[in-house]
Design a protein around this ligand. Structure first.
Ligand code: GLN
Length: 492
């Protein structure tokens, strides 16, 4: 493997600044790697070769001028999920609906990456409109897991995770509404973090469920994850839910260790049907943290059992409203649907939506429309919101006594293609351990904590208090330092 692509983000930054490697060399190395791996992995929906090389050359000029601190990612090649708008480039959200859509502007997270000096290599594959846990719902075909090409990379940010695991970018961005960063990170053996709701601006992120969506990084280790998070965090007047909470340096506490850290282990998170290898890896991780000075507390989060149904009501309700904008009029696909029954206008709306959306997206729109319809609104939507409040309170109570919560990220490792496609509920169960954190808006990370007997990665989830990313990253860094799971490479 080319030496440049084996460097992590912080190692590459050092080499770029020492002028031992140029950004153009690094970018060409990654473009070469993309060519070598894409036929098997399909992590990208578009590769922006020309734009990337131009950005790299610009970065090299700035590096020559010593323009370093203002641009913390200067010259570093990264990828972004294809639901983040990037001016002048295709943004498809893995949907046929947006096949020909070219973003007229940059999402704030993309703008911040560019301002930090990053080189954007391309747009990563995903489940259509971020609905799914395997990328099998991408209208352009699934991505494959670099650890085992017969298995899914997780989803919905499966391409963003697979490209980091395949070493076809140095780090990437994804989005997490119910687990879409952490679950694919677990499947692909990389680090992935969902920040606190409001930490990263959602402006220019194509909306799925606006009260849950958050953008966050994928990386090969915890330090790189913190560096990426530093680059994209902060208040944005263009997103009214972005907070003006101050942004600390997320690398600040990485060396603080596990000593004295109070870690809660929710007994409800060792669910029936959990893979035994996953369970024992998590038990070992708990032991490791204890041996390194952490205090382990058993805790209880009884309302977690309702998180999955609550999520599928709220997320689908918000999706049905957000996706109403795809009517064939303003952007994206327009079908000719003039029919006797509907006439030219309604016929066009209906035909465009029929043709443009995939099965899973239609299922969510129908679920959500039903939950919001008059007569059912109180029974489903209002009730789900009430239970969501209970889930939030339960976390607040628990966080009086612990600093972070630790569990598996997903109950099973990556599954085989097709295994869950005919049974939406079994697909939804992939996110049973990640969803509560989204409902409560909390930060959560997944990091590698071992592999199964079939050599598939296992993810450890650490959840923190609102705006407690620094503590989450500290705990994750302490675990990483005590073990070497993050060094295991996919065989690709
Ligand atoms: N897999 C979950 C879903 O399908 C979560 C998706 C996400 O986080 N974007 O809704």
């Amino acid at each position: 493997m080319n030496e440049i692509i084996s460097l992590s983000v912080h190692e590459l930054i050092e080499k770029l600044r020492a002028r031992e490697v140029s950004s153009e060399e690094a970018t060409r190395a990654y473009l070469g790697r993309i060519e070598e791996t894409e036929e098997r992995v399909h992590a990208y929906l578009s590769v922006l070769e020309e734009e990337a090389l131009a950005a790299a050359q610009e970065a090299d000029k700035r590096l020559a001028g010593g323009d370093n601190d203002a641009s913390p990612l200067l010259g570093v090649p990264v990828a972004v999920k294809d639901l983040l708008c990037m001016k002048g480039t295709p943004t498809t959200c893995a949907s046929k609906f947006l096949e020909n859509f070219i973003s007229p502007y940059d999402a704030t997270a993309v703008r911040l990456l560019k301002e930090a000096g990053a080189v954007i290599l391309g747009k990563a594959n995903m489940d259509e409109f971020a609905m799914g846990s395997s990328t099998e719902h991408s209208a352009y075909g699934p991505s494959r897991n670099p650890w085992n090409l017969e298995t899914i990379p997780g989803g919905s940010s499966g391409g963003s995770a697979a490209t980091v695991a395949a070493r076809s970018c140095a780090a990437s961005l994804g989005s997490d509404t119910g687990g879409s960063i952490r679950q694919p990170a677990a499947c692909c053996g990389v680090v992935g973090m969902k920040p606190t709701y409001g930490r990263v601006s959602r402006y220019g992120l194509i909306a799925f469920a606006s009260s849950l969506d958050q953008i966050g990084p994928f990386a090969r280790n915890v330090r790189d994850c913190a560096i990426m998070l530093n680059a994209v965090s902060g208040h944005d007047p263009l997103d009214s839910t972005s907070t003006d909470e101050s942004v600390p340096d997320f690398t600040g506490d990485l060396g603080a260790g596990a000593k004295g850290l109070r870690i809660g282990i929710p007994k409800e998170y060792f669910i029936d049907g959990m893979d035994p290898d996953v369970e024992s890896a998590v038990q070992n991780a708990i032991k490791t943290m204890e041996e390194n000075g952490a205090e382990i507390h058993e805790i209880s989060l009884p309302h977690s059992q309702y998180a999955l149904p609550v999520y599928y009501i709220i997320a689908s309700a918000e999706a049905s409203s957000n996706l109403a904008r795809y009517d064939g009029v303003r952007y994206g696909l327009r079908a000719n649907g003039n029919s006797e029954e509907y006439g030219p206008l309604y016929g066009m709306y209906a035909a465009s939506r029929e043709e443009g959306f995939g099965e899973e997206v239609k299922r969510r729109i129908m679920l959500g429309t039903y939950a919001l319809s008059s007569g059912y609104y109180d029974a489903y939507y209002t009730k789900a919101q009430r239970v969501r409040t209970l889930i939030c309170r339960e976390f607040e109570d628990v966080f009086q006594n612990v600093d972070v919560i630790m569990s598996a990220t997903a109950p099973t490792p990556a599954f085989r293609f097709g295994e869950r496609m005919d049974d939406p509920i079994s697909m939804y169960l992939s996110d049973i351990l990640t969803i509560p954190c989204n409902l409560a808006g909390l930060p959560g990370i997944s990091q590698p904590c071992g592999v199964t007997s079939l050599d598939l990665p296992i993810g450890l989830q650490i959840i923190g208090k609102p705006f407690g990313e620094t503590t989450v990253l500290r705990a994750a860094a302490a675990f990483e330092k005590a073990t070497d799971h993050h060094l295991a490479l996919s065989p690709l």
